[in-house]
Design a protein around this ligand. Structure first.
Ligand SMILES: NC(=O)C1=CN([C@@H]2O[C@H](COP(=O)(O)OP(=O)(O)OC[C@H]3O[C@@H](n4cnc5c(N)ncnc54)[C@H](OP(=O)(O)O)[C@@H]3O)[C@@H](O)[C@H]2O)C=CC1
Ligand SMILES: CC(=O)N[C@@H](CCC(=O)OP(=O)(O)O)C(=O)O
Length: 320
């Protein structure tokens, strides 16, 4: 049998380029590339998709749905990096660490949806705690998060990269999603085990990549008041055998710059999601924070990990 063929639809976009550069050096797979002038030609894309073992979609949602409609070859596997199929039936949600059977499901699936960047941080923290009954299913979760501008794809990157002079201050930090219903909320709801969708307030900063996802836990309003240690230990045990989800010791100052500041970009260029638990048992407050590279475990790293699993290869190939 020859090397598995991988086609990246949208290879010239932000996520596509990163996946390509992670796969480019590998000699265990063959990357099949569409001629640049044909990259939006439906017929040519369809041909490439149907001749691949795995087609990775790095496209806007609508173009991703269109790409799936092109599939006629029953053997083709699709890995969709867009948000088009993250809550769709018939698709496996490609977060291998989220539950025990997930790797096997990804391996056997014909359709895998790569998780969103913010949901990766939120779900990594929330799902194990809801599953363990430490956070009740009816908990009204809220999320404040900050992302680098590459999260918005090529257009937002160009906008930020052209900012100069006095505008730099305006672009430093801005919250958005203020009409609610951000495209990630359904995904965060469905895969968390929570009864209601979380209230999500994202922000974007004037830096390329890196992300913090913060989940406040005001336990004084709850009947059961778990200790910070129970929260941290539950997460630590849940991910004890995982290479790409790291749970820091509780209230660990060593991750804080000058003992105070949790920086956004320290997980960049890795496939890691780092989880921090800050807690005060006297005031009954805790804060969960996930830090990741939105283009790493939030997109291209996760995609390469899923691709490896889908092809039955060593999961760590091409990852750091
Ligand atoms: N950036 C991030 O942090 C993350 C992004 N994602 C997801 O990945 C997907 C891609 O995002 P991103 O890479 O950031 O976006 P980009 O805008 O950077 O890239 C999208 C690419 O798709 C191309 N494209 C658009 N329409 C078509 C079409 N009909 N046929 C073929 N190619 C097309 C675009 O070309 P052109 O520019 O010429 O229109 C562009 O090259 C999105 O669905 C996003 O949600 C997932 C996780 C994180
Ligand atoms: C800063 C920024 O604009 N971020 C994007 C989220 C990233 C994205 O669209 O990609 P995924 O959905 O695949 O994670 C947004 O809020 O729409």
């Amino acid at each position: 049998m020859g090397k598995p063929k991988v086609f990246i639809d949208g290879a010239e976009g932000t996520t596509g380029l990163q996946i390509h550069s992670r796969l480019n050096e590998r000699n265990d797979i063959e990357i099949v590339s569409i001629p640049p002038e044909k990259r939006k030609d439906a017929q040519v894309r369809s041909h490439f998709i149907n001749s691949a073992d795995v087609a990775i979609l790095c496209l806007p949602d609508e173009a991703a749905r269109e790409a799936v409609s092109f599939v006629t070859n029953p053997d083709v596997k699709i890995l969709d990096a867009s948000s088009a199929h993250r809550v769709a039936s018939g698709w496996v949600y490609g977060f291998p660490e989220l539950e025990e059977k997930r790797r096997e499901e990804i391996k056997n699936a014909k359709r895998v949806s790569n998780p969103g960047c913010y949901p990766t941080g939120f779900l990594a923290c929330m799902r194990p705690l809801v599953a363990a009954g430490i956070i009740p299913k009816d908990f009204p979760a809220t999320i404040n998060a900050i992302s680098g501008y590459s999260g918005g794809g090529r257009k937002l990157m160009e906008e930020y990269q052209n900012v100069s002079g006095e505008q730099v201050n305006d672009y430093a930090y801005g919250i958005y999603g203020l009409t609610f219903g951000h495209k990630h909320v359904k995904e965060m709801h469905q895969h968390s085990g929570l009864q209601s969708p979380p209230l999500f307030v994202p922000a974007v900063g004037n830096f390329e990549k890196g992300m913090l996802v913060q989940i406040p836990l005001p336990f004084h309003s709850l009947q059961n008041k778990p200790s910070g240690e129970l929260i941290q230990k539950t997460l630590e045990e849940y991910y004890q055998n995982e290479k790409y989800v790291y749970v820091a010791p509780i209230n660990d100052n060593s991750y804080l710059r000058k003992g105070k500041f949790l920086d956004t970009q320290a997980a960049n260029n890795t496939n890691l999601v780092q989880i921090f638990v800050f807690a005060n048992d006297e005031t009954k407050e805790a804060l969960l924070v996930a830090r990741l590279d939105n283009l790493g475990k939030g997109a291209s790293g996760a995609a390469v990990q899923n691709l490896n699993i889908m092809l039955g290869l060593d999961e760590d190939l091409g990852l750091s």
